[in-house]
Design a protein around this ligand. Structure first.
Ligand SMILES: [Ca+2]
Ligand SMILES: [Ca+2]
Length: 152
């Protein structure tokens, strides 16, 4: 008697994209950063093979405050400031204003299988550095008349 055995092998996508040992990226950008400037280069690896691994990694999303002014290259992981032009969401002057907020916590997501598989994310912290973009302003002090009244 002959016994035929059939085996079916499934390739398991069991590893998640990893941004190596880096848990967060921290970068400094000047508050007058130009449209199109590179902000960060996010790197990720995945121990599975072919599209289930590093070759299939796509960077799928950058989210958080000010993310509408950033662009994420799905293949390279480069995060850049949105470009200029009539269709660009990037206004003039720069929306990054250190006097309003000097720290932005964002998240960058990577997925394997060409952007459809397992996902992982890493923190991206933007520190907005100061530029001399404000002229001196006069403050309102008590007028001479008010001072006189006060001391009488
Ligand atoms: Ca994988
Ligand atoms: Ca400033």
């Amino acid at each position: 008697m002959r016994l035929l055995l059939f085996f079916r092998f499934h390739v398991l996508n069991c590893k998640f994209p990893l941004t190596s040992s880096i848990r967060r990226y921290e970068v400094d950008i000047p508050e007058n950063v130009s449209p199109g400037s590179t902000v960060a280069w996010i790197r990720a690896t995945d121990r599975d093979s072919d599209l289930l691994g590093t070759a299939g990694i796509r960077f799928t999303r950058v989210s958080g405050p000010m993310s509408e002014f950033l662009r994420l290259d799905p293949r390279t992981g480069v995060v850049s400031v949105a470009g200029s032009g009539p269709d660009s969401p990037y206004p003039t002057p720069s929306p990054f204003d250190r006097e309003r907020s000097d720290l932005h916590h964002l998240t960058v997501e990577a997925r394997d299988e060409g952007g459809a598989g397992n996902r992982n994310s890493v923190e991206l912290i933007l520190r907005v550095t100061d530029v001399n973009d404000n002229p001196p302003r006069y403050s309102v002090f008590p007028t001479f008349e008010m001072i006189k009244v006060f001391f009488v």
